[in-house]
Design a protein around this ligand. Structure first.
Ligand code: HPA
Ligand code: ZN
Length: 345
């Protein structure tokens, strides 16, 4: 165990090889790009300026954010728009020492306003290819079902995804959690599993531990997105620790959406102390005040993470990913080499 001096902490985090496993690409739409796309597509935004829009980013719960997030996504109309959105994110990720990302997208947000299914995914796949070629960042795509819509709509989306299944790593479940338990999507997740897709679900962000149990037992997920409220149920904690289930935790999101009152009260350190396999992620970086390293730094400062804990979190980000073990290995070796070569000032 070794504490990093304050000045070394940011430098240590900045250079640490890491992956991001919980990031909604529509949530990386910065106000500047939103205005640029609105102009390019002749769309009127209900805000006069970037500053006015940013001022609206004051949320007291998940739904406050979702309302503004779905509105913002309306400027995305073309394959080029989604490509530009994707590349803007991958550049930020690479600058943060990110080597791999498993990004969420919400096809229903776009098909429900008349865009063909192909538009978003073609643009994102094109950005993913460019990011790998030019930045050396690899990525996978996770198709999220909107849980405020019904299971039939999710099935329709899965059907539309059929021609792209070889390019999609898994399915996820996002949007308004309360009142929309994972079990509502039992059948479509089973269908996704039968198609060979991995499965993740947001659970325990605002919803109770029972939703995390359902995600595990009914949806058979490979990861839990957020999972904060699991800590209310000791039996659930035991299960998550025993299975080494990856939790994709999002510190700045939790703060912005009032899931935690203060970063010093964030459960990330408790999760690690309890033997849970936590990771650090940005969720919706354009809306929650920071990209990957901002989340790492805020969490590390807030709850006081030491060097060993930061290394564990970096390793978890790769071992919790959908990369094959042989693809994870060079990243894990890079973390070890980085740790061995880092000298504190
Ligand atoms: N929670 C649930 N749904 C979401 C989120 C989130 O943080 N971001 C985008 N969709
Ligand atoms: Zn999320």
């Amino acid at each position: 165990m070794q504490d990093l001096a304050k000045a070394d902490l940011e430098r240590f985090i900045a250079g640490l090889p890491k992956a991001e496993l919980h990031m909604h690409i529509e949530g990386s739409l910065e106000p500047e790009l939103m205005f640029a796309l609105a102009k390019r597509n002749s769309i009127d935004l209900p805000y006069a300026s970037v500053e006015e829009l940013r001022k609206a980013y004051a949320f007291s719960r998940l739904q406050d954010f979702l309302d503004i997030y779905y509105q913002g996504a309306q400027v995305l109309l073309t394959v080029a728009d989604f490509h530009d959105l994707g590349m803007a994110y991958f550049k930020r990720l690479a600058a943060d020492g990110g080597r791999h990302a498993e990004i969420f997208f919400d096809p229903q947000t776009h098909t429900d306003r008349g865009l063909p299914f192909s538009v978003a995914i073609d643009g994102l796949l094109s950005a993913m290819g460019e990011a790998e070629a030019t930045l050396g960042v690899t990525s996978k795509l996770i198709l999220c079902f909107l849980r405020h819509l019904d299971e039939d709509a999710a099935f329709e989306t899965l059907e539309q995804a059929r021609p792209y299944l070889h390019r999609i790593a898994g399915v996820g479940l996002d949007s308004s959690e309360l009142g929309h338990p994972p079990s509502k999507f039992a059948q479509v997740f089973e269908a996704a599993a039968n198609l060979g897709l991995c499965r993740v679900a947001h659970a325990g962000e605002e919803g109770p531990p029972a939703y995390v149990w359902e995600a595990l037992d009914v949806l058979n997920v490979d990861r839990i997105d957020h999972g904060n409220r699991s800590l209310e149920d000791p039996r659930l904690v035991k299960r998550l620790a025993a299975e080494q289930m990856t939790l994709t935790v999002c510190p700045l999101s939790n703060l912005k959406l009032c899931v935690v009152d203060d970063m010093t009260a964030h459960p990330l350190k408790s999760m690690l102390d309890l033997g849970l396999k936590a990771t650090i992620n940005s969720d919706d970086p354009a809306y929650f005040g920071g990209y990957l390293n901002d989340n790492w730094i805020a969490a590390a400062r807030g709850v006081g993470l030491d060097r060993d804990e930061l290394l564990t979190l970096a390793r978890n980000s790769f071992t919790g990913s959908f990369l094959k073990p042989e693809e994870q290995a060079p990243h894990l070796a890079a973390i070890d080499a980085y740790a061995a070569g880092f000298t504190a000032h």
